[in-house]
Design a protein around this ligand. Structure first.
Ligand code: F6P
Length: 511
């Protein structure tokens, strides 16, 4: 991957002058127009929605962008993107395609047909349950972890602030407190259990699922396994575990865990919002797929975002990037992005196994505005780390209170971006803000299901674009295996451990 062309482009990028944001704005009266973009998409039955993206408060300029466009060519970005949408092997270490796009209509004809059939099957089950086929269902405990939980948790939380057709509790942690808390909020005789696991082998999920069945049995539910819906790419394993085939919603092996919200892993979302809104969620993602697939260079918005990511990580040495949603409904978005970005691109070798030529994924972190302003923004404004920030806000409010609430929310969001950039001089160093700190914004018209789908798909493609520019495989995650295997060894009492771990095992009463 690190060819002479790449090295030449990176050294050029590193040697380019680094004007301040103020200088960049002074030098180009069209800067806002050049680095902003408005998308609009229409979802039949759901109207038109749109988002304004503004990357003008980042240090991207023509020279930087041109160099990145050369890097796009040198990295074979177009071919990699085609391969992803065409079902090529884009996950070489596991010999798999990555067909999450097909789940929302962006893939080969065969994959899309297969996905539609799986979606239709899920839709029939969701609608049958809503109509009472499994008796009274007021609650759904969704058990999964990582990609089998973070997406459902985000989407249910974001889309059901006003109304949920079914009360969904997402449980991931093996800490029994998490499951107990869900039990406390559910009537066992009106509860379904969704067991969500691509592999159907993950320790946390299978332990929690077994405990949920025991809870149902202890509470006098006659056929606990009859209350389970399995969401998995390993249906055979779910059958072995005792789930009836009619209640297994499969998805293809080629859909990665952290990209699986669009598949049957989205079942709790469909249960909570209904199939019509779930389809709108998929359609919003599809609109971004189309843009990402058909647009070249800096006009491709997820690719442009990846240029900024690469620039800050590799040229300016930023080790983290922060995301602040000025919207309570997106409180879980930073958690979701952490897995998407850090599990995908937190790598040290390229797709062909060679050491990477520079830093890979930064640490993704964030929170909700305005809360974060009163907690962590001090460091953003005056700390010694340069941290690129993304803001997300919705023009339409999520609440129905006095519009003063929403107005203040939006004003605060915009004020933070302005303050980070402008800074303020004071003769008192403690009161001085150096400014020139970058931010970008997603200003959406309305955070409806389609827009949520669009935002998530945008970040999937941004993550993929970053990976291609770095030459790494974003679709494997071998780094998570070692800890799992050591936990198993500790559990079985086999193996030799370091003195610290052995002493801690003794102290915890585990030996
Ligand atoms: O351990 C990491 C991981 O494999 C994630 O990639 C995945 O999303 C999660 O565990 C859960 O896996 P599964 O869906 O197979 O239970």
């Amino acid at each position: 991957m690190a060819s002479d062309t790449h090295n030449e482009i990176w050294s050029r990028l590193n040697d380019l002058p680094q004007p301040t944001l103020a200088q960049l704005f002074d030098a180009d009266a069209d800067r806002v127009a050049k680095l902003s973009q408005r998308f609009e998409f229409e979802i039949p039955g759901h109207g038109t929605n749109g988002m304004l993206l503004d990357w003008s408060k980042t240090h991207l300029d023509d020279d930087v962008l041109s160099a990145f466009e050369e890097l796009v060519e040198a990295s074979g970005f177009g071919a990699a993107r085609d391969a992803m949408f065409d079902g090529g092997i884009v996950n070489p270490t596991e010999g798999r395609p990555a067909t999450h796009g097909a789940m929302r209509g962006s893939g080969t004809e065969t994959q899309v047909e297969e996905a539609e059939a799986l979606l239709a099957r899920m839709g029939m089950l969701v609608e049958a349950i809503h109509q009472g086929a499994l008796g009274e269902v007021k609650h759904l405990i969704h058990i999964g972890i990582g990609g089998s939980a973070l997406g459902p948790d985000l989407a249910v939380d974001a889309l059901t602030r006003d109304l949920a057709l079914v009360d969904v509790h997402v449980v991931s942690n093996i800490d029994g407190l998490a499951l107990e808390q869900a039990f406390a909020g559910c009537d066992p005789h009106a509860t379904l259990i969704a067991v969500a696991s691509k592999t159907f082998t993950t320790t946390e999920t299978m332990t929690n699922a077994a405990s949920a069945l025991k809870w149902l049995a202890d509470e006098g539910v006659t056929d606990p396994t009859g209350r389970v819906i399995a969401l998995t790419a390993n249906p055979e394993r779910a059958v072995e575990w005792g789930v009836d085939e009619t209640r297994i919603l499969p998805f293809p092996e080629s859909v990665g865990g952290r990209y699986s919200l669009w598949s049957s892993i989205g079942f709790p979302v469909a249960m909570a919002v209904g199939m019509d809104d779930f389809r709108a969620f998929l359609a919003g993602a599809h609109a971004i797929d189309t843009h990402f697939r058909d647009t070249e260079g800096r006009a491709n918005a997820p690719l442009l975002a990846a240029f900024a990511d690469q620039y800050y990580t590799r040229v300016r040495g930023c080790q983290t990037r922060a995301v602040f949603a000025y919207d309570e409904r997106l409180a879980l978005f930073p958690d979701y992005l952490q897995q998407l970005e850090m599990e995908s691109n937190g790598k040290s070798v390229t797709a062909d196994g060679n050491p990477v030529s520079g830093p890979t994924a930064p640490v993704t972190w964030g929170g909700v505005g305005t809360d974060a302003q009163h907690a962590v923004f001090q460091l953003l404004h005056q700390g010694t780390h340069l941290i690129p920030v993304d803001f997300i806000a919705s023009i339409a409010p999520g609440d129905e209170l006095d519009p003063a609430h929403h107005k203040a929310l939006l004003m605060n969001c915009l004020a933070q971006g302005a303050a980070l950039m402008a800074g303020q001089h004071s003769d008192d160093p403690a009161r001085s803000y150096e400014g020139d700190r970058p931010s970008a914004i997603f200003l959406v018209d309305d955070l409806d299901p389609a827009m949520l789908g669009a935002l998530i798909a945008f970040h999937e493609h941004r993550t993929f674009a970053n990976a291609v520019l770095m030459g790494i495989n974003p679709f494997d995650q071998f780094g998570v295996e070692l800890g799992k295997s050591i936990a198993k060894q500790l559990d079985s009492g086999e193996g030799q451990f370091d003195p610290s771990t052995t002493a801690l095992m003794e102290a915890a009463g585990l030996l």
